[in-house]
Design a protein. Sequence first.
Length: 282
Amino acid sequence: MEIKTVGVLGCGLMGAGIAQVAASAGYTTVVREVEQSLLDRGLGRIRKFLDDGVQKGKVAAEDRDRTLANLSGTTGFDDLADCDIVIEAIVENLETKRAAYAGLEAVVGHHTILASNTSSLCITELAAATTRPDRFVGLHFFNPVPLMKLVEVIRGLTTTDETYRAAFDFAKSLGKEAITAPDRPGFIVNRLLVPYMLDAIRAYENGLGTLEDIDLGMKLGCGHPMGPFTLLDFVGLDTTYYIANIMFEEFREPVYAPPPLLKRMVLAGRLGRKSGRGFYSY
């Protein structure tokens, strides 16, 4: 399977990042959003990231121009017809994803690989919602996509060896390190990371220390780039809460159960950086 043209469903934070790295790697890249204003915002985010890189001397002006030349946006599915792989990076809702797959499959070729950037949903279940479960795979990128080097490649029960290998090689061609993860909630990274963040919240609830001291302790004591509460605010408390509930439903182990404080903060709209306030104020 030779991949030349890449499609991305969704031009939010993750979708825009995926589109950017694909275009930067030399692929003809088409990113689709549901409405023009969202598309313009996402494409503007990509241009700003590249422009900032040029100003800081981290991106050559010609590389920025080449990336943007490889990239186009659309609000329809028809422009994705020639894609060899389409990566879905939309809201974590099964029915919304199913509707998007149906619209996509009406126009793409038989050979096209569908990939999901889901961080929590079952790849086998998503594949079953398509007419090509053999050519469906998980490609889990990390935020911010242009900077984070890891991609988890998840094969469902129906994913063929050829599809898996094509997706794995594609991830590597983007300059990423690819690892193979199991089709279970949380895959590898979130399976280990989410319990750590949840336990930090429980420890804080039980008076272990201040937010600042716990964060500083993990940064300086364990060499983490940021402490658990800074990380929670960066990831999004609503995102963490959502993933934790899915993992708890699957495993039924207390370590995956969302602490009461996390639930209350989500209900209060304190979602982290995205809302201006989480454990810290921004």
